[in-house]
Each structure stands twice: as C-alpha cells, then as structure tokens.
Design a protein around this ligand. Structure first.
Ligand SMILES: Cc1cc2nc3c(=O)[nH]c(=O)nc-3n(C[C@H](O)[C@H](O)[C@H](O)COP(=O)(O)OP(=O)(O)OC[C@H]3O[C@@H](n4cnc5c(N)ncnc54)[C@H](O)[C@@H]3O)c2cc1C
Length: 563
C-alpha cells in the first residue's frame, strides 16, 4: 500500500497544499485511457497542458500529495516563458518572479567578467526570470485543474508497467491499495530517478562528474540586485566555485562546491552549513547580516541521455529522459521544450493526423537537443568543477590570467540554456527557399518575436496548430492558397493564417498584422509581397518562401505531417 506523506513540507516562504488522494473505489470502473502521464513535475504538467491544447485528454498519476520539495529550478529562460505563455501561466510567472540579465564572475576579490544577456526590444520576456519551482508547479497545476481534458490523480504511484500489443498495462498503488490502468500511450515524466526507466532496463549514455555541490536557500536581506554571482577559488573554499542567486520572498540561493572526499551527509550537517554560509557572507561583506535556512540539498553534475525517448507505447520525457547539469539552468528549461515538442506530435498521432513516424521525429529531435546541451553543459561543468590534470591546469591559468588579461575573460561565459534548432529535421520542407533568405529564423528555429504595439507581440498571436505567416498588402489571400488551407482544415489539421503587412484586414486570413514601418519584414528577411513562413505547432519554422504558391505550401504540409 502506498502511503504518501500528508504532512505539509516545511518552508519559511511557501505554504504547501496537501491534496486528497485519488481512490479507484470512489471512481467506478477504469476505461482504457488515451494518454497517462506519470509524474506532476514541470515535464508532466506542461505535456498535459500541451496535449489539452490540441484536444487530447490525459490522466496524470503522481505519487505525492503536494508539489516539489524545495525551490529546485529557480531560473527560467525567455524561451521557457514563451512556452509557458502558450499554456497560460506566463503572466503569473512574470507577476511573481524576478527578471534579470547580468551575471558577474569574481576571482581574488576582483570582478573579472560581466555577462550581459541580450534583451531585444522585440522580446516580451527578459532573458531570465527567477522564481521557485513550487510556484511554477502551482501555476501549472491550476491551469491543469481548469482544463476539462486533464485529470490529476494525487497519491497514485506507478509500480509496474508492461507493454502489451499496442497499449500499456500499468499497476498503480494508492493509499487503499493497487489498481490496474490501461492506456494507449504512457508518458514517463517520473523524474531523474525514473522507476519506469529502471523497470524497462534502459541505459543512459554520457558522463557523471566527480564532486558534489550544496544548494542552500536562506532568507536574508541583502542589498544586491537580481544578478547571477559566481565566485571562483575563494579563500574560504580553495579550488572550488560558489554561485549566488536572488529568489522571490527574500530568499537567496548559495550554491557551493564541496572539497574532494567530503560526503553529502557531512556537508548537510547544520554546523558545516552554518560555517560555510557565514564564510561566504563574510567574503561579500555581510558577515553580520542575520539569516535563516529554508532548504538545502546536495547534487552532482551528470550529462546523460537515453539514446531514444520512444519505446513502444512508452515515451520518456524531462529528467526521466535525460539528466543535465544545472549550470546553465538546463533541467526544467529543457523539460519545457521536450513537453512542447511531445505535446503536438503525440496529439497529431493520437488524432490520426500523422503516422507514428512523427513520434520517431520527436525522439530524434529531442535526443539531438539533449546531446547538444550535454556538449555545451559539459564545457561549463568542466570550467566550474574541473577534473584533475589538464582541465584543472587550464582553468587555473584562465583564472589567474583574467586578473590582468581581458582577452581570456569571455572564457567565463556560462552558456545558458537556449532553444535547440531543428536544423536537420525531417519535417523541414525540401523545396522551399530557406537557403535564399539572408535574415529571419531559418529551418528548425523558433520564431523571432516582434513587438507590434505597446504590450502586443507576434507570439501572442501564435499557437494551437500550424501558423502560416503570409506577407502581403493585398486585400485578399490568394484563393489557391486558401484552397490548400481549407482542404487541410477539413481533414482536421489546425492551421491559422496570419497576414503581415496590409493596413486593412486581409480577407481569408484569420488575423492581419500591419507592418507600416517594415520592421517585421526586415527581421524576417522578406523583401516583397507573397513571401511566407510556415511554423509548426511548437512554433519552430519548417518552411519559408520568398514566393509562396499552393503547390509549395501543400508540399511543406505533407513533409511536416509524415504518414
Ligand atoms: C537542487 C536543484 C536545483 C535545480 N535548479 C534548476 C534551475 O535553476 N533551472 C532548471 O532549469 N532546472 C533546475 N533543476 C532541475 C529541475 O528541478 C528538474 O530538471 C525538473 O524538475 C525536471 O522536471 P521533471 O518533470 O522531468 O521531473 P521532476 O520535477 O523530478 O518530477 C517527477 C515527478 O514524478 C513523480 N513520480 C516519480 N516516480 C513516480 C511514480 N512511480 N509514480 C507516480 N509519480 C512518480 C514525482 O513525484 C514528481 O511529481 C534543479 C534541480 C535540483 C535538484
């Protein structure tokens, strides 16, 4: 019998709500589900919301009765906010989070590098936003609870999983004992220690790094701006690195590397925590500022991924599919992109709009993303926590040279999580004009946002299906394009047409966005009427044309919907 804790988790700034467990005895016979999602972390919740946006119902089974313990992911990137905007929680994140764009690296008491993340006037969201993961999960849960297509089963722990002929059989344990659940598709969003991954005996590929880090969230009043602070090789922790981040509600994260040989148990002893946090505060000139501990944890850096996310009717996503180091804020930010990708591609397969090759594409694209992240995060990890020998020597050389030589300072750059571009996706159109453009988002890239008016942006108008951006100042959409679009809509493929450039509403378009200054066309590399961009339901570009016609549009849609 599964008995999740009914005690609210301790926190000095967050009130945990304990939900009632879902019990089979109170809910009648179990029909086979279309999609069951295991886990209510960021990956599971955003996948459910994405599926619902495409009209596909899902059931979330989650073992605990409350949201994540401790702050965990606290830094969310601009692309994450754009994805969260699509599922309806970006406003609450923005209202309660702390935006920022500068990072500072210190060595020997000297600031040796200042990172300035670009912030374009066309971007709605800041490069980074700090807010604790509990709030993110709360906002996502509220959005799930508001959807008639999502059911959340608290206190339901998946204990067995078996692939059947075209569906999955699972055993779910609850506070009144186990019940059986069948589903066409099972999404394993059960986190880094995925029991489903172990039960299916799947091996991850990649590396695990030596060395542990402590994360301590403390409440303290520090008169410092919201910027990332990194201290290399300080006197109180020689050879190691310390990071500090401001979080909402007067909380600061102090994240420090442990000396070699120290165990997590030793590191989390209250005396050890107190001594080290005091040493860090003394170093930054706040020895006398009172503080109290909220939450602490130990982690180590790993760069691991499953080589395939789709196994029969079980699909892995988020930390269950890959384990990424938190330097560069990879975990949750990558999970959103996984969820956005999986949401539409699984929905299209479930609805019969595409064949299972679309899921193979999802896996190939997201494994590619994980491998790219692993490559980049590995570099950051080796700089933050260099293995002995050559890496150590090189890192120390950069540190000491940086005191006097400006040219080495960019090596401190910490390679923040960025959206993967599906440059070689099989969904990209072959016969379009991608290579002829000199500006604008290329094949596989997410769209460049455009500020249309105060507080109105292009991305506010995208989503829910394919989007065709058609550049024209004519009064009507060309009838042959409209016929292709109508034919696809009749088959159930959602496509919206957004006309860009005309001063009046264009007949046949769902929306017209004027472009009197030509700024939009310039950013998209469009020189004449009749150009177009086709965006997939996850907003990534799959085709673009300097001159679009019906045949080319039909070919691009065919490529993006493999049967
Ligand atoms: C200390 C720390 C700091 C971090 N900082 C950052 C950061 O700044 N930025 C960032 O992007 N990421 C960060 N991360 C990573 C981030 O927290 C994870 O990447 C993210 O939570 C992954 O989301 P997920 O949904 O895949 O998994 P999880 O959030 O781990 O969710 C897994 C879910 O599955 C449930 N579950 C597990 N087993 C079962 C089962 N058998 N049956 C039913 N339910 C089950 C769990 O209860 C949970 O709801 C940090 C992580 C840690 C630990």
């Amino acid at each position: 019998m599964h008995t999740p804790s009914t005690e609210p988790r301790p926190s000095i700034y967050y009130t945990y709500q304990v939900h009632q467990p879902w019990l089979a005895s109170q809910n009648g016979p179990q029909a086979r589900q279309k999609v069951v999602i295991v886990g209510s972390g960021p990956a599971g919740l955003v996948t459910a919301l994405e599926l619902a946006r495409h009209g596909v119902p899902s059931v979330i089974v989650t073992s605990e009765l409350q949201v994540s313990p401790g702050s965990r992911a606290i830094v969310f990137t601009r692309r994450s906010m754009e994805i969260l905007q699509q599922v309806g929680v970006a406003d609450r994140m923005t209202a309660n989070g702390l935006p920022w764009r500068f990072g500072n690296s210190f060595y020997r008491g000297q600031q040796v590098f200042r990172l300035e993340a670009p912030h374009d006037p066309d971007d709605r969201f800041f490069p980074m936003l700090n807010i604790q993961q509990q709030y993110l999960e709360e906002y996502l849960l509220d959005a799930c609870q508001a959807s008639p297509l999502i059911q959340i089963r608290w206190g339901n722990k998946l204990t067995r999983v078996e692939q059947m002929n075209g569906y999955v059989w699972a055993e779910v344990d609850t506070p009144e004992g186990p019940y059986a659940l069948e589903t066409d598709w099972l999404i394993a969003a059960d986190g880094g220690r995925s029991g489903i991954r172990s039960a299916m005996n799947l091996q991850m590929e990649g590396a695990s790094y030596e060395g542990f880090f402590v994360i301590a969230d403390i409440r303290i009043d520090l008169p410092l701006p919201t910027e990332r602070l990194a201290y290399f090789d300080p006197d109180w922790n020689r050879g190691n690195t310390i990071l500090m981040h401001r979080e909402p509600h007067g909380i600061w994260r102090v994240d420090y590397q442990l000396p070699e040989g120290e165990t997590p148990e030793e590191a989390l002893h209250p005396d050890s925590l107190k001594q080290r946090i005091n040493a860090q505060l003394a170093m930054i000139g706040h020895a006398d500022t009172p503080w109290e501990m909220d939450w602490c944890s130990v982690y180590s850096a790993r760069t691991l991924t499953l080589p395939d996310f789709v196994h029969g009717n079980v699909i892995f996503t988020g930390d269950a599919a890959h384990l990424l180091p938190i330097f560069g804020v990879r975990g949750a930010n990558t999970a959103f992109q996984d969820a956005q990708s999986l949401g539409w591609q699984l929905a299209f397969v479930v609805k019969g709009l595409a064949g299972q090759r679309l899921l193979a594409n999802h896996s190939a694209e997201r494994v590619g993303a994980a491998r790219e992240i692993i490559e980049e995060a590995g570099k950051s990890t080796r700089f933050m926590t260099p293995p002995a020998g050559g890496f150590q020597l090189l890192r120390d050389a950069v540190l000491s040279l940086s005191l006097t030589q400006a040219f080495v300072r960019p090596l401190y750059h910490w390679r923040t999580s960025r959206p993967h571009e599906y440059t070689h996706s099989m969904l990209n159109s072959v016969g379009d004009d991608n290579g002829l453009f000199t500006a604008g988002p290329a094949h596989g890239a997410p769209p460049q946002n455009i500020c249309l008016a105060p507080n109105e942006y292009l991305l506010d108008h995208l989503g829910g299906g394919f989007d065709l951006l058609y550049f024209t100042d004519a009064s009507d959409m060309p009838s042959e394009l409209s016929r292709v679009i109508e034919a696809h809509r009749t088959q159930g493929v959602p496509i919206r047409v957004i006309a860009v450039g005309a001063s009046q509403a264009v007949k046949g378009a769902d929306k017209t966005l004027p472009d009197a200054s030509g700024h939009f066309r310039q950013r998209y590399g469009v020189r004449a009427n009749g150009a177009g961009y086709l965006l997939r339901p996850d907003q990534h570009v799959c085709a673009r044309w300097l001159t679009l016609d019906a045949t080319r549009l039909a070919a691009a849609l065919k490529a993006a919907l493999p049967q």
